[in-house]
Design a protein around this ligand. Structure first.
Ligand code: ZN
Ligand code: ZN
Length: 217
């Protein structure tokens, strides 16, 4: 692996490990498939990306910012390839690993807006928020949006679902609410009513925020 790629892989691994509450030097070295990992970590300490003491590696502010960007690009790319382009999970993951190194910040924010600012990747891991996520209006017309943003009377195809409780997915699936299904939004108030396969269903507004659709014309 070239040095910059190796450094970035380590930064991403450190971020994912921290999500699980780990910061072990040994774990980083065994998690990176490259004999230069240990040396690379020492170099990263010199360039101010990490601090190392005993078996602990921690991201500095500088390292944290760079990891955050990489993780954000990686997880957004996974959403794009897996959910929108419907590339298999393995291939999405590989493509995400390549693309994360060259997406510029503004392109990243466009991808995020295009996908309706998804809060998680397809594996359910959080996507670090970007500036675009808090702006009220976006210049980019989204391809994917929350069901609650769809106009009444419009049809949408479900692209992905981000449930706040995992048990919800099963319940939604039993109603036919799964990625790929076409739904028609019949009403938004007082509750969300939609039609799916000629069946009319009412759902909570919270759930309408968790279903991401692409408008069908
Ligand atoms: Zn993921
Ligand atoms: Zn965003």
């Amino acid at each position: 692996m070239d040095n910059n790629k190796l450094r970035d892989e380590i930064l991403e691994l450190l971020w994912s490990m921290r999500e699980k509450g780990s910061k072990s030097f040994t774990e980083v070295v065994s998690g990176i498939n490259d004999s230069g990992a240990s040396d690379a970590l020492r170099k990263m300490e010199k360039s101010g990306l990490v601090t190392i003491s005993d078996d602990d590696v921690e991201l500095t502010d500088k390292g944290d910012a760079r990891s955050r960007d990489l993780i954000r690009r990686h997880r957004l790319a996974e959403r794009l390839f897996h959910d929108v382009l419907e590339v298999g999970m393995q291939e999405s993951e590989e493509t995400a690993c390549e693309i994360e190194h060259f997406l510029s910040p503004s392109v990243t924010d466009s991808v995020c807006a295009f996908l309706g600012h998804p809060p998680t990747c397809p594996h359910g891991k959080p996507i670090p928020r970007g500036e675009c996520c808090s702006k009220y209006r976006n210049e980019v017309k989204p391809l994917v949006m929350q069901l609650k943003e769809l106009d009444v009377g419009s049809k949408g195809r479900i692209i992905f679902i981000v449930p706040s409780e995992n048990s919800r997915l099963e319940r939604l699936a039993s109603m036919g609410i799964v990625p790929g299904s076409i739904i028609k939004l019949k009403q938004k108030r007082p509750s969300f009513v939609l039609e799916i396969d000629e069946t009319t269903l009412a759902i909570d507004s919270v759930i309408a925020e968790e279903i991401y659709v692409k408008e069908q014309r």
